[in-house]
Design a protein around this ligand. Structure first.
Ligand code: NAD
Length: 451
């Protein structure tokens, strides 16, 4: 890219170049929006509304926000100097890490490839994006958008499966941003450790959703049904299992059933608003999960297009398949609790989850839950929506991930903050220099005065 004087611009040092690239990307994604929506439908019948709300519109917002703020985020930040260094001016310089690898999953295959890409470009990095092989139509459109927008020395898309990911991970990177399962997250962390490469790991987990006896039953059921069955339950921050107070459990289950029917009709298989399971392997995994369980709603399956109905399971055993790992599908176990000790004994069986939700009109109870459990992020009286606030960090803790992004935090993720003290020469306080004899008491007095 050339500037107005015909000079070659450099994405590492030239903020304007990065801004121009992002504007080009904005233009390109707007141009291809319908193709993206179609690709998502072709990959797993993702409803157009869900494609817009959770993928294309999200990327447009993130792009516009980044373009608007890039100058502010990228410029050196002046900080108050330390009096110990007097006289000086102190800065944080924003330096791109260098070569960045982004590996994306299949469940939000467009958004989870593009969102880190926007930030990595804004921060001035050279980027390679590897989309998921399980959503080939979306992978193709992501590659097309990248090829049309960027010079290949700046951003490249490498399509392919596990083997390609392994080849990429064997190379040396300055930053790796991975979104996917805990198991593969560990593989990525090991590969990154070889070169002490910093990582962001956006992983998953078993997200509890607690409903106490004071909750607004109808509204809670509606919000849970939406957050759970969106994307056919293949959402990392979907509620994984419910913990409902014994006192309202029967009424709550009736409300859940009503809300599922209100959203997807008597036969959700015919609904155009309900997605499919990504492939046969995951379909079989989910079908097996419900086989011997107490299905109280749904339970219908159809292998021809990998359909699994929105399904409620009553009180599965804690050592059952469904309560072992993240479900990642449209199956919702409903467990009950009598008291807070029951909650602890169930939730603490699992690693720290990516999300936790609590529905309650008792603020003290909700606050206690939020404080007592460690989790990536969550909501009181809703599910999933915390994701959409770019001022909130999005990321896990413990096994659900390392690092967080969205909005400015995404820019910071791909930026090394370089500390620089610019010392003035008009004064040079001699106390720090050897010989030190007789100076220690003066030093202590100064430190006491400064503290
Ligand atoms: P996955 O870990 O199987 O695959 C993710 C990516 O890693 C893909 O691009 C894939 O090609 C690559 N990959 C797979 N096996 C690999 C290996 N052995 N070595 C190197 N690379 C490999 O995950 P998935 O099935 O695509 O996505 C589902 C998981 O992702 C769920 O656990 C979900 O919770 C999690 N997830 C997390 C977030 C988040 O933001 N925290 C978002 C979406 C999904």
């Amino acid at each position: 890219m050339l500037n107005q004087s015909g000079q070659v611009m450099n994405f590492k040092t030239d903020i304007n170049y990065r801004k121009q690239s992002l504007l080009k990307l904005l233009n390109c994604v707007q141009l291809h929006e319908q193709e993206i929506i179609k690709a998502l439908y072709d990959d797993f019948k993702k409803p157009a509304f869900e494609a817009v709300i959770s993928e294309t519109a999200y990327i447009l917002t993130e792009l516009n926000h980044t373009i608007k703020n890039i100058n502010k985020w990228a410029k050196p930040q002046l900080v108050l100097p330390s009096l110990l260094n007097f006289p000086s001016t102190d800065y944080i310089y924003k330096e791109p890490y260098g070569k960045v690898l982004i590996i994306a999953p299949w469940n939000y295959p467009y958004q989870l490839a593009l969102c880190p890409l926007i930030a990595a470009v804004a921060a001035g990095n050279e980027v390679v994006v590897k989309p998921s092989e399980l959503t080939p139509n979306t992978s193709k459109i992501v590659a097309k958008i990248i090829n049309e927008t960027f010079d290949e020395n700046h951003v490249k898309c490498v399509e392919g499966g596990i083997e390609i990911a392994q080849q990429l991970l064997a190379q040396r990177w300055d930053y790796i941003f991975f979104t996917g399962s805990v198991a593969v997250g560990k593989i990525v962390a090991k590969a990154a450790a070889e070169n002490l490469t910093p990582v962001t790991l956006e992983l998953g987990g078993k997200n509890p959703c607690i409903i106490d006896e004071t909750a607004n039953i109808k509204l809670a059921a509606k919000r849970i049904v939406w957050g759970k069955f969106l994307n056919a339950g293949q959402t990392c921050i979907a509620p994984d299992y419910l913990l409902v107070s014994n006192k309202i459990k029967a009424a709550f289950i009736e409300s859940l059933k009503k809300e599922i029917t209100a959203a997807y009709g008597e036969n959700p298989e015919k609904s155009t608003d309900f997605a499919r399971i990504i492939n046969g392997k995951n379909w079989k995994r989910l079908a097996l999960m419900i086989k011997d369980e107490n299905v109280i709603f749904g339970g219908q399956i159809n292998e021809t297009d990998f359909y699994i109905a929105p399904t409620l399971i009553n009180e599965p055993a804690l050592d059952s398949m469904i309560m072992k790992d993240e479900i990642f599908g449209p199956i919702l176990p409903v467990l009950s609790f009598e008291n807070e000790a029951d909650l602890v004994s169930i939730i603490s069986r699992y690693e720290k989850p990516l999300s936790l939700y609590v529905f309650s009109n008792n603020s003290a109870f909700a606050k206690k839950i939020i404080q007592n459990y460690s989790f990536g992020g969550g909501c009181i009286n809703d599910t999933v929506v915390y994701f959409s606030n770019k001022r909130l960090p999005f990321g896990g803790v413990g096994h659900s991930g390392i690092g967080a992004y969205h909005g400015k935090l995404s820019f910071d993720t791909f930026t090394h903050r370089k500390a620089v003290v610019k010392k003035a020469n008009w004064l040079d306080i001699p106390i720090r220099y050897a010989p030190y004899k007789g100076k220690i008491n003066i030093l202590k007095k100064i430190l006491k005065w400064l503290s």
